[in-house]
Design a protein around this ligand. Structure first.
Ligand SMILES: *[C@@H]1O[C@H](CO)[C@@H](O)[C@H](O)[C@H]1NC(C)=O
Ligand SMILES: [Ca+2]
Length: 354
């Protein structure tokens, strides 16, 4: 393929007869000719890149403008639910009004093993910071079209949930700034704990100033070779910032993409502009193919790595040992200081007597 392209480009180059000898330019005409040739080659390679991406964009799993017939036509690949509404510029999942729930779900089960999902969304409203809610969620789950308490979707879901949480429910812990983006892998029994903003079962996350932003806000989810990566682009710099990265993640095939949102006492407009699914080409050796294990329930191979952070109540053995050690050391230092002070005091007193 590459050889073919370069052969083609060479032919193109030759057609600009002026390039022999290549850098021995005798007249302005030849210089212009060279510049034109270079520009032509550059535009050619840019076009190639474009084609490369287009090739792998999977339209059947993507939601993008124009949203012709979305949710209504029988040929549409998506279903709408609740307050979700299509406008020429976005799919509004909820308006900036209390107690609304809306969602959009793919109708086609998803069977690719290596993929990348680029999400363009917009969260905006009139509420002051932290007086808005609740946020947006993106899904790749076994279930679809079930409303519930997790950003407008059911709890105990089976599959991947990505959350853009805009309201801090656990107000005791000021350990993170909101909006907070995080991900969780549900297995049908694990629950998303809304009161604690999902902390107990999250696989990682980051703060992202994605509300009332003057910039376009994007998320990127990549899943390849069982590695799940989450990236954000919310500050208009056109670059991805790492947000979460987990290996050994196993997501079964045949699940559905979706997006959902909910408002409660607090609200926001939650708009989905696009979800673009790209297939990634990953070479696998026959051995790797064999090792690739078919799973029926989503799981993370080494789940223990996440349990550590969650432990809040009670002390672990190591924790206890160090607390004891430092307490003893502290007491020792105090005793020494006390002794020194006492001796000084005694000496001073003795001096005063003589
Ligand atoms: C889901 O994960 C939890 C925690 O790892 C585990 O206790 C539970 O048995 C799992 N459920 C299923 C259906 O595998
Ligand atoms: Ca929350």
């Amino acid at each position: 393929m590459a050889a073919l392209v370069s052969k083609f480009n060479l032919a193109r180059l030759r057609s600009f007869c002026c390039l022999y000898p290549m850098f021995n330019l005798k007249s302005p005409r030849e210089l212009i000719c060279l510049v034109v040739t270079i520009l032509a080659l550059m535009s050619q390679s840019l076009a190639d890149d474009q084609e490369f991406i287009e090739d792998f964009l999977k339209r059947e799993y993507s939601l993008a403008k124009p949203y012709r017939g979305l949710g209504f036509s029988s040929s549409s690949q998506w279903d709408l639910m609740g307050t979700a509404m299509v406008t020429p510029d976005h799919v509004r999942l909820t308006p900036d009004l209390q107690s609304r729930q809306g969602a959009v779900w793919s109708r086609i089960p998803f069977f690719l093993r290596d993929w990348e999902l680029k999400i363009h969304f917009k969260i905006h409203g009139v509420g002051k910071k932290n007086l808005n809610g609740d946020g947006l969620a993106f899904w790749l789950t076994k279930e679809r079209m079930q409303n519930g308490p997790v950003f407008g979707n059911m709890n105990q879901f089976t599959g991947l949930g990505i959350f853009v949480d805009t309201y801090p429910n656990a107000d005791k812990t000021h350990d993170r700034t909101f909006p907070y983006v995080s991900m969780m892998l549900g297995n049908g029994t694990l629950a998303y704990d809304h009161d604690r903003d999902g902390r107990p079962n999250e696989l990682g996350g980051c703060s992202a100033m994605a509300r009332n932003s003057i910039h376009d806000t994007f998320l990127l989810v990549r899943y390849s070779r069982n590695r799940l990566t989450l990236m954000v682009d919310v500050d208009g710099k056109q670059e991805w910032k790492d947000c979460a990265d987990v290996t050994g993640v196993r997501i079964p095939l045949g699940y559905f993409f979706g997006a959902s949102s909910a408002t409660g006492d607090l609200s926001d407009n939650h708009d989905l502009i696009s979800m673009k699914l790209y297939q990634l080409t990953v070479e696998r050796t026959p051995e790797e193919e064999e090792e690739e294990e078919e799973v029926t329930i989503p799981r993370v191979d080494d789940m223990d790595q996440f349990q550590v952070e969650v432990e809040e109540e009670g002390m672990s053995g190591v924790h206890f040992f160090f607390t004891l050690l430092f307490s003893v050391m502290g007491l020792g230092v105090l005793a020494v200081v006390g002794l020194v002070v006492y001796n000084r005091w005694k000496e001073n007193r003795r001096k005063r007597f003589y």
